[in-house]
Ligand binder design. Structure first.
Ligand SMILES: Nc1ncnc2c1ncn2[C@@H]1O[C@H](COP(=O)(O)OP(=O)(O)O)[C@@H](O)[C@H]1O
Ligand SMILES: [Mg+2]
Length: 666
């Protein structure tokens, strides 16, 4: 202990981290630093010239080999001595806490430890460069390294001294959500500040909880971080110095590392560092885009999808668009479908989906109706010539059948009954099917034109196989009658999943399914019960990535999403969330390292977001780029103040509206 301590004091030029052994021994005991020792560890740019050591401070300095005066680091008053504003002493022959790559000026090298000329040269170059760059900015000290969260003490005066720094990243040093760096050997650890509180024993010190994000190597000459990667190999020991992270550090951290990525905005707080999303990592493990209404979710979704489409013109993206917003955004590079041209054949539905549409009863009656439907549907499907080539046909198999065959079969089954048996289930089924067939609002799905075997064509057009330069299909379901919207979304989603399963032996064509208003379709148990759409989307969330199906969920109410769905999303993009409950849900789903950002979620500006998870190297706050007008989704917000200035043509307008109304959408 004593040896180690003195070794650290005098071991400058022999970084204790590279010595191999000191880490464990130092970690097991609180670093017995003395406040007086700190000044020497100051970056050179703070204290260009050594100053005389006040007697009061010099007095208690022990002889190097003497047992240290144990002053726990947590209570060490860092501030008074380390503050740049306060002239502080640097002892002539100093006991100094070494900062391995931040050596004190040459004159402080203790006698008897000559450095090689080369080492001296490199260090001088480092100093010069760091001075030119504005140098390193120490802001505090590591207090505790623990699994549950590590703590650092930050010096309020040092932080305040930086607030006007020309580099916005340095100016933000020490704030919740900002990053710090700590040197361990010749790597820099990067950590995120999660919480802050005042040290009650010393009002000039702030105790902050931090989460480690990853580490990068130190560029020998500049001291900057490069080759950043996630995860931490070695933790720092208590007592290690904590530095502000500069924009040039961040630039290195965010530098796309050769993986495919799309650039979406500017990283906060820098002015020019681009934030990017790693496409494969983001799509490989699903993503969620969250934010209260009006914060820019739809526009952000369009922005991200546009960038992905530009990168992957032969991609396969299916966007379910409940409000009909996105057609406007993807006129140029999307295949646009709505009730007028979707032509989704009813026979693509599986049995559960058929029940949702054809069975109207509830309780015990519902079970009886479903049993009858199962039997009759199987008969109707088996009438198709295709059925002959299929060994054992199931009710779920997407084999075309005629609705008229189905109703005839139901009629016949009813005829086979004893007089005493209840015919009501048969009547209900037949009645509902005929009603759907006759209603023009349902014709996009139940039209007599849809009996042909168009399955391959249908899949080809909505999955963009081939994409023909339009890698995204926008499926506007706003015109679908509300009682079957959820079933239509279920069918589309299930087709994506089933396609992936049945094409396993084929050349892989991964598909991204994007679902707006996801809370409607994957609602929590509190909000709604079982449904076909919820079942399939939950299944895609859990298993989709095994089969190359990626899910993108967009919602303004993350707390209404089914339990567990959010945590299946490897990347979370959160815009402002105003509601406490929603924030709590997002917090639970975010990885540890991003917690420091959460406090800023309610404070984000429009079109600002926090991104964490697989899609980014470290959690980032990004101001999204402005999306060109013609690529934006149709905004839902009418400008009352402008529109209420307009008048004229009301008679014709009402005429047209009434006609459309009566024709039910045509
Ligand atoms: N990146 C952006 N570029 C340009 N305009 C944006 C951007 N983000 C949001 N907006 C504007 O903000 C408004 C609200 O955005 P919107 O995407 O409709 O929000 P939300 O879907 O969250 O309700 C829209 O008028 C949109 O034009
Ligand atoms: Mg929206």
């Amino acid at each position: 202990m004593t040896d180690n301590f003195s070794g650290r004091i005098f071991g400058r030029g022999q970084p204790y981290q590279s010595g191999g052994e000191p880490q464990d021994s130092s970690a097991s005991a609180p670093a017995p630093y003395q406040p007086q020792m700190r000044p020497a560890a100051q970056p050179t740019n703070y204290q260009p010239a050594p100053m005389p050591q006040p007697a009061a401070q010099a007095a208690p300095q022990p002889a190097p080999q003497a047992p240290p005066v144990a002053t726990p680091a947590a209570t060490a008053p860092v501030t008074p001595v380390a503050s740049p504003q306060q002239p502080v002493a640097r002892p002539a022959i100093q006991p100094t806490v070494p900062s391995p790559a931040q050596p004190a000026p040459q004159s402080f090298v203790p006698a008897g430890r000559p450095e090689s000329a080369e080492a001296v040269g490199v260090k001088q170059a480092q100093r010069n460069h760091q001075a030119a760059e504005g140098g390193l900015h120490m802001i505090g000290t590591v207090i505790e390294i623990a699994g549950s969260g590590s703590q650092v003490s930050l010096d309020a005066a040092l932080i305040n001294a930086l607030v006007d720094h020309h580099d916005p990243s340095i100016a933000m040093a020490g704030q919740v959500g900002s990053q710090i760096k700590i040197r361990v050997g010749n790597v820099w650890l990067l950590a995120n500040i999660r919480t802050q509180r005042l040290d009650l024993t010393n009002a000039k010190t702030i105790i902050a909880q931090v989460d480690f994000l990853g580490e990068g190597d130190e560029e020998r000459l500049t001291g900057k971080i490069y080759n950043f990667r996630r995860g931490v190999t070695r933790y720092p020991v208590p007592g290690s110095e904590v530095y502000a992270v500069s924009s040039s550090d961040l630039k290195q951290v965010y530098a796309a590392d050769g993986r495919a990525s799309v650039n979406i905005g500017t990283v906060f707080p820098t002015r020019d560092i681009r934030g990017s999303l790693y496409v494969d990592a983001m799509l490989g493990k699903h993503f969620a885009l969250l934010g209260s209404t009006g914060t820019g979710k739809s526009t952000s979704a369009a922005l991200i999808l546009h960038k992905i489409c530009d990168m992957a013109p032969e991609g396969h993206i299916v966007m379910i668009d409940p409000h009909g917003e996105y057609s406007a955004a993807f006129k140029g590079n999307g295949a646009l479908y709505d009730v007028n041209n979707l032509a989704m054949p009813y026979w693509l539905m599986n049995f559960a989906e058929h029940c949702e549409v054809f069975v109207t009863s509830s309780g015990d009656e519902r079970q009886a109706d479903c049993d009858i439907l199962a039997k009759c549907l199987l008969q109707a499907r088996s009438k198709n010539r295709l059925a002959e080539s299929i060994g054992k046909l199931t009710v779920d198999a997407p084999v075309p059948y005629l609705l008229s065959d189905l109703t005839t079969i139901i009629q016949n089954e009813m005829g086979k009954l004893d007089k005493a048996t209840n015919t009501a289930p048969f009547m209900r089924l037949k009645g509902k099917i005929e009603e759907l067939k006759a209603d023009p609002r349902y014709s996009f799905m139940f039209s007599g034109m849809l009996v042909g075997d168009t399955m391959a064509d249908f899949l080809g057009k909505i999955f963009r196989l081939p994409s023909n330069g339009k890698p995204i299909s926008i499926i506007d379901v706003s015109g679908v009658p509300s009682d079957i919207t959820s079933t239509v979304v279920a069918v589309l989603s299930r087709l994506v999943f089933d396609y992936a399963i049945w094409s396993r032996n084929e050349p892989q064509r991964p598909i991204l399914l994007v679902c707006e208003e996801a809370h409607r379709y994957i609602p929590s148990d509190r909000v709604a019960g079982e449904s076909a759409v919820r079942t399939i989307l939950e299944r895609i969330a859990k298993e989709g990535r095994k089969y190359g199906v990626s899910l993108g969920l967009i919602t303004q109410r993350p707390s209404d999403l089914a339990e567990g769905v959010l945590s299946q999303c490897g990347t979370i993009i959160s815009m402002r969330l105003n509601n406490d409950r929603d924030q709590a849900y997002v917090r639970a789903a975010m990885p540890e390292g991003a917690r420091g950002f959460l406090d800023s979620i309610p404070a984000l500006r429009n079109r600002e977001c926090i991104i964490c998870g697989e899609g980014v190297s470290i959690p980032i706050r990004v101001a999204l780029d402005t999306l060109e007008e013609e690529k934006r989704p149709a905004s839902e917000d009418p400008l009352f103040s402008v529109l209420w200035q307009e008048t004229g043509g009301e008679e014709e307008l009402l005429d047209r509206v009434v006609r459309r109304w009566r024709a039910q959408g045509r």
